[in-house]
Structures are given as C-alpha cells and as structure tokens.
Ligand binder design. Structure first.
Ligand code: GDP
Length: 137
C-alpha cells in the first residue's frame, strides 16, 4: 500500500462538487487516511506551490488557491500516486480523458477541481504540509 495527497480546490467546493468528487475517489478504490476542510492563506498557498514561483501563472494560482475553502486529504491505495493521477486526468480539463475527475468537474487549466501529488516524495512532503502523524488513520 502507498499513499498520495489531494486537495479539492476552491472551484470544486464553490461549484458544489465536494460530495461527488469524494464519492468518485472512494469508488476508484482509495481509502481516506486523513481529511480536513480548511482554507489556505495566500502565504500558505504560495509556500505550497513554491516550486512554480518562476512560472507566469504563479501569482494567479496563489490568489485562486486562497480564494475559498478546500478539502485536503491523504489517500491510500496500491500504486496510489500514479493511479490517482490517472483518476484525475490531465492538468488541462480540455485534454483530460473522459470519465476523469477533471474532465467531469473542472472548467479551466487553473481552476481544475483537484490536486494530485506527482511523486511519492512530493506526496510525503505535501501530506506533512497539512497533517501531523496523529491526524492519520
Ligand atoms: P498538476 O500537477 O496537474 O496539478 O499541474 P502542475 O503541477 O503543472 O501545475 C500546478 C497547478 O497550477 C495546476 O493544477 C493548475 O491549477 C495551475 N496551472 C498549471 N498550468 C497552468 C497554466 O498554464 N495557467 C494557469 N493559469 N494555471 C496553471
């Protein structure tokens, strides 16, 4: 078993997709190890996405990710990182495969409904950004 980290982003919550996306994730075989309904300040969003600091969309991304509540969660499954990336689909929902979360629930490349870690190493870093060990089940 391995784990990955996800966020249901502000557009997903604002558009009323929180329940549908969690249902999709659970039905895809992921077990929820930790979960939190919270909101990032601009400073915390900037820290989370620090790797994108030089990208032209960084400031917009930070503003968007701190614009409303999110759900942060740690998910467990075998091959969790890769399988979850397949479950969410491409970054740009227009390019995401049919049936993926981004194809079903996202409207734009920025407001793309959900985050999924891109490596085991980042999954561990991102999980620790939101959760202490005692908050994991
Ligand atoms: P991910 O791993 O699929 O989430 O994609 P990236 O790590 O490349 O980008 C992180 C996040 O930045 C994405 O999920 C989007 O919310 C946002 N993003 C990525 N590319 C663009 C872009 O070209 N324009 C804008 N406005 N946002 C982007």
């Amino acid at each position: 078993m391995s784990t990955t980290f996800t966020m249901l982003k502000p557009d997903a919550i604002a558009n009323g997709y929180m329940g549908a996306i969690l249902d999709h994730i659970i039905k895809a075989g992921f077990k929820i190890k930790a979960m939190k309904y919270t909101r990032l300040t601009a400073e915390r969003a900037g820290e989370f996405y620090a790797v994108h600091k030089e990208r032209p969309f960084y400031n917009d991304l930070v503003k968007y990710m701190s614009s409303g509540p999110i759900v942060a969660a740690i998910l467990e499954k075998d091959n969790a990182v890769e399988d979850f990336r397949k479950t969410i689909g491409a970054t740009d929902p227009a390019k995401a495969e049919a049936g993926t979360i981004r194809k079903l629930y996202a409207k734009s490349i920025e407001a793309n409904a959900v985050h999924g870690s891109d490596s085991d190493e980042n999954a561990a870093i991102e999980s620790s950004f939101f959760f202490s060990m005692t908050e994991r089940f």
